[in-house]
Design a protein around this ligand. Structure first.
Ligand code: HH2
Length: 272
């Protein structure tokens, strides 16, 4: 039995992003070679990341899914090179998650919140892994086509609560689970910032909240470029600090050192 999520990942914890993909929205190709990915991940841990999130499939708006064989081909050499390093696997596929957990990963980050692969919940439960359940409206290929909600925060909260109950019903201990509003996954700029502004309504669900806004296009769009595909590091850090103040626990980021420094300062202000 693991220690509870909040003990393993105390507020604030930083999760470094390692995309082993040719096409991720902000760092596609940078870590496509296993040696580059392993080097980046190790540097992130030296810079203060609590864990690194290794993913072999881009979920950016408009992206197509990759095959099981291709996803394994991308991530397995990286996971082999990261033995002894704290790793999360960013996948919706049970076979990728199982291989990663065998190779030492401790957390499964599923952007579909256990809706894509009926075998994934069992794999997480059997391995006693930590789990991140994320909200997404629709699928990456079409999710940014006119997203609408009644009340985005209430809708996301209801969804996450339902997925949390489902995960627990599948034998995954509630103490092992964190929740994520899924910034940019079927949401407008306004939706994304409203979710962060009213984050207290998500922390009220009783589980730690993970936020991934790092470099996302909403941060570029509010700078006046409606066609922005990415945001800057400074904008990412600013949003992360305020999300921390509103109760977020884990920050999924590309620029680890900057976030660790800013969140350490924020913690000194907030917690003394
Ligand atoms: N965002 C991305 C991917 N995985 N997982 C969680 N839990 N939360 C997120 O916000 C999140 C995520 C998208 O960012 P990135 O991995 O940098 O891009 P891409 O999907 O293009 O690889």
């Amino acid at each position: 039995m693991n220690v509870p999520f909040e003990q393993r990942f105390p507020r604030p914890s930083v999760m470094g992003v390692v995309n082993v993909t040719p096409d991720s929205f902000s760092d596609g190709g940078v870590n496509f070679e296993p040696a580059d990915a392993v080097g980046s991940a190790r540097r992130m841990v030296e810079e203060g990341a609590t864990i690194v999130d290794v993913g072999g499939e881009s979920t950016r708006p408009g992206s197509e899914s990759v095959s099981l064989e291709e996803e394994l081909r991308r991530v397995v050499p990286v996971l082999e090179g990261l033995r002894g390093v704290p790793v999360s696997i960013d996948t919706a596929k049970s076979q990728v998650a199982a291989r990663a957990l065998e190779l030492g990963a401790e957390l499964v980050n599923d952007v579909t919140a256990l809706r894509a692969d009926p075998g994934l919940a069992g794999v997480v439960a059997d391995h006693g892994a930590y789990l991140c359940l994320m909200h997404m409206r629709g699928k990456p290929r079409t999710m940014q086509q006119d997203p609408r909600y009644g009340d985005v925060v209430a809708d996301v909260a209801r969804f996450l609560d339902e997925r949390l109950r489902f995960a627990v019903s599948q034998g995954i201990p509630e103490e092992s689970i964190c929740l994520d509003p899924g910034i940019g996954f079927g949401k407008t700029v306004e939706h994304n910032f409203e979710l962060l502004r009213r984050l207290d309504e998500l922390t009220a669900l009783g589980r730690p909240i993970l936020v991934g806004i790092s470099r996302k296009s909403s941060l570029g769009k509010i700078m006046g470029d409606p066609g922005a595909k990415t945001g800057t590091t400074a904008a990412s850090v600013g949003a992360a600090v305020l999300a921390y103040e509103r109760g977020a626990s884990v920050f999924r980021v590309h620029d680890v050192r900057e976030h660790v420094e800013a969140l350490t300062a924020a913690q000194a202000v907030v917690a003394g």
